[in-house]
Ligand binder design. Structure first.
Ligand SMILES: Cc1ncc(C[n+]2csc(CCOP(=O)(O)OP(=O)(O)O)c2C)c(N)n1
Ligand code: SF4
Length: 340
């Protein structure tokens, strides 16, 4: 039986990578499967994809999907700088960064913040387990106050919430989900890729080896008991016709830069993803109630990304000729005359 092909004629297997070396049951493995599904269904050309990461179990994830894509596994916490450089050198690449909560909110916090501030066109996935899995289970900066390590140590520090940081800095796309919720993660990944600008997707991803016990607030059972979704998310790519069953007040249709659509079906709460203050409020309310709020928290489709603001050519810099890179003698003379 022949395999089903996507819109660019590739089978799902073309979106797979090497076999995982992560622990069986690790949330990061589920996210890999969601990435494979999203990229296959979108019909992303492997040679246009650049998988970027730092250090951690999470940062190994790019090895496990789309083997034929570009990839760069950099220094711990420095994925944003590498991504910024690669994006500016070639705007035709689809930048996909995969990081951990340690890689992002501990050592890489400054890099994370400056990437958001510049609105670099990149999907930034945080595989958030509240622990340093690779170095055997120390608390990371996203671990909740009072959460307990496997051997009983209690976290005495306030957590850093990557979504709250992103919102504060004016990030143009902020979402949170859970690795076990493919129905929500897959459309969010697709929407993040279709979005032009920094799209932060914080995915709670339990570490079954070091942080999946009673006392952890990033375990499978804790998330299942405390998850509160603010809306059902569906994604319609630009090449599919949009058919929406509009029921007043229940469906919100947001068009993205490439013509794709996100459809948000309101659940209990009346969350408006274009209201940044409202998104902060929803996060804060969830925090005080001990809930994990998931879904698309905030989206701004009007903000320019960094490369556009800086007038970076659409063509890869390597393809520009000397005549395009150098000033003409007249331009040079005029430039120098400004200093005379
Ligand atoms: C500069 C530097 N400091 C510290 C380390 C040690 N180190 C490696 S991975 C890691 C934390 C990884 O945690 P996280 O990003 O949450 O990923 P996880 O393994 O939990 O997926 C640390 C502290 C390092 N590799 N480089
Ligand atoms: S140590 Fe934790 S984060 Fe690392 S692969 Fe194992 S379960 Fe996943």
């Amino acid at each position: 039986m022949s395999a089903t092909l996507n819109r660019i004629g590739l089978p799902r297997d073309a979106y797979k990578g090497a076999a995982t070396t992560l622990c069986a049951g690790c949330g990061h493995n589920s996210i890999t499967n969601h990435l494979i599904k999203a990229l296959y269904e979108l019909g992303i050309e492997p040679h246009r994809l650049a998988k970027m990461s730092g250090i951690g179990c999470s940062s190994k994830t790019p090895a496990y999907f789309v083997e034929a894509a570009h990839g760069f596994n950099g220094v711990h916490g420095r994925m944003p700088a590498l991504t910024t450089g690669a994006q500016l050198a070639n705007r035709q690449l689809i930048m996909l960064g995969v990081s951990g909560d340690g890689d992002t909110a501990s050592i890489g916090l400054g890099q994370f913040m400056h990437m958001i501030r510049r609105n670099i066109d990149c999907t930034y996935i945080i595989e958030d387990n509240g622990t340093y899995g690779l170095t055997k289970g120390q608390f990371s900066a996203t671990a909740d106050l009072g959460s307990v390590q496997k051997k009983g140590a209690v976290n005495t520090f306030q957590p850093i919430d990557p979504c709250a940081v992103a919102l504060t800095l004016g990030c143009s796309f902020v979402a949170r989900s859970f690795s076990g919720d493919g129905k929500q993660v897959v459309p969010l990944i697709k929407a993040a890729i279709a979005h032009r600008g920094t799209a932060v997707l914080d995915i709670i991803s339990p570490c079954v080896t070091f942080n999946d016990h009673d006392g952890s607030t990033k375990s499978y059972s804790w998330v299942k008991d405390h998850e509160e979704s603010i809306a059902d998310v569906s994604f319609i790519p630009f090449y599919e016709e949009v058919h929406v069953d509009y029921e007043p007040g229940t469906i919100r249709d947001v068009e993205l830069h490439d013509g794709s659509h996100i459809l948000l079906k309101k659940l209990g709460e009346d969350h408006d993803p274009s209201d940044r203050r409202g998104a902060m409020h929803v996060l804060e309310e969830g925090r005080s109630a001990g809930h994990l709020v998931t879904g698309l928290l905030y989206l701004d489709t009007t903000m320019e990304d960094f490369a556009t603001t800086e007038h970076i050519p659409e063509r890869p810099l390597k393809d520009l000729g000397e005549d395009e890179l150098r000033l003409t003698p007249d331009q040079f003379a005029s430039f120098i005359s400004e200093f005379a």
